[in-house]
Design a protein around this ligand. Structure first.
Ligand SMILES: [Zn+2]
Length: 408
């Protein structure tokens, strides 16, 4: 049994017309008119495929194909919302690949013991309503309903009001699941698979992320009369920390580290910098390694403070713990790759996905499809039709394993 690649391709193209941008991408912010149009189209496709469609209190859409037993569902999920001027594959691919799986089962009259649910999670991107993955997190119990409803966009419009306005405020009883397993197919959004000429990645999990603010307080002083030995230069001290962060990341396998936000005062050509505030973003699959990276930065800060006379405060203000995916669901994905003869490798996701919170609900995993140039959140985002087909076939065969399929 194999998916219909042309049908998948045609529907991706049709969906990409909604919110299409001149550069070939889409802008389909959560709960916008464009999101509503995409939802309406998905809903019609789910109904045409014979699925029972329901909408929950957070706007998540579920299309359910019955199983032969009263058993928890195999959930195939992703998201239809996009960033501003995003690509046409991020999220949309996972939802339409799931739809294609169900259509393929229908074409072959295949029965599964477990029901299969196709899910569109609301507001994955978090660009209109923060935080990201708001409604998978809501179903997982990470965020309560009042919190979700009270999120506002930059114009002060409330999530709940927009959800009602577009006609997607449903009932709590309609939430996805209960699930036996959850799978999300998604473009990689990074360069690893392309570099190794592999179409598919079996995702080990979502790395942990920790964010820190580092505040350096030196002394602003005249750039001329102040001898080097008398300076407390906050920017020179910050430069040592940045080099240290980069070195730590290069020395520790699988680590990425970024200083992305930086403020220097007074930012004047002839004044020694008195104050710096900078951010650090560390990502790694292991919580203990993240702790070690933070400890390393803290030790370095103590050394730099002693040598420079600049006071340094390190504040670790936010952490998202690593989420390793379920071994059994990963094994189903790997077995599907092997059965199809599709070359693949295991890799960690360094971006967040709804599958992180789906893993709270039931055993979960993800399938990555090669991205051209590793590009995403960009109108030029692209994955080749053959790779998209391979990913959908992996999703199909993995779902069949997890749903305990037999031929009718
Ligand atoms: Zn996405």
């Amino acid at each position: 049994m194999r998916v219909n690649s042309q049908r998948l391709h045609d529907d991706l193209s049709r969906l990409a017309e909604i919110g299409a941008t001149p550069g070939g991408g889409v802008t389909r912010l959560a709960l916008s008119d464009e999101d509503k149009a995409a939802r309406d189209l998905l809903r019609s496709w789910l109904e045409d495929a014979g699925l029972a469609v329901r909408v929950d209190d957070l706007g998540n859409i579920t299309g359910r194909r019955a199983g032969s037993a009263e058993a928890p569902a195999v959930i195939l999920a992703s998201h239809l919302d996009s960033v501003r001027q995003g690509g046409r594959y991020d999220g949309a691919y996972g939802v339409l690949a799931a739809l294609e799986v169900v259509r393929t089962l229908n074409d072959h009259g295949a029965a599964t013991r477990h029901p299969i649910e196709v899910v569109d999670w609301t507001n994955e991107e978090g660009v209109r309503f923060e935080p990201a993955m708001l409604c998978s997190g809501g179903v997982a119990g990470r965020f309560d309903r009042d919190y979700v409803y009270s999120r506002t966009d930059r114009d002060g419009v409330r999530f709940e009001d927009e959800l009602r306005r577009i006609g997607y405020l449903g009932k709590e009883a309609n939430r996805p699941g209960p699930g036996a397993a959850s799978l999300e197919a998604h473009i990689e959004q990074g360069p690893v698979l392309e570099a190794e000429d592999l179409p598919i990645g079996v995702v080990l999990g979502i790395v942990g992320i920790t964010w820190l603010d580092v505040r350096l307080s030196g002394r602003a002083d005249h750039a001329g009369p102040t001898p080097m030995a008398h300076r407390r230069d906050a920017l020179a001290a910050a430069a040592r920390l940045i080099s240290g962060v980069e070195a730590m990341a290069r020395e520790t396998d699988e680590t990425v580290a970024t200083v992305g936000r930086f403020v220097v005062e007074p930012n004047s050509i002839n004044t020694i910098p008195g104050r710096v505030v900078m951010s650090v973003d560390f990502r790694h699959p292991s919580a203990s390694t993240l702790d070690a990276l933070v400890a390393g930065l803290t030790r370095l800060a103590v050394d730099v403070q002693r040598e420079s006379g600049v006071e340094i405060a390190v504040d670790r203000f936010w952490t998202s713990e690593p989420t390793p995916f379920d071994n059994g669901v990963q094994a189903a994905v790997q077995a599907a790759c092997d059965e199809l003869g599709v070359p693949s490798r295991r890799l960690w996701s360094r971006a967040g996905h709804d599958a992180k919170y789906a893993q709270d609900l039931c055993p979960a995993a993800m399938i990555f499809v090669r991205s051209r140039d590793g590009l995403s959140h960009n109108e030029a985002e692209y994955s080749a039709p053959d790779d998209l087909e391979a990913g959908a076939n992996v999703l199909l065969l993995a779902a069949l394993r997890l749903a305990d399929a037999r031929s009718r």
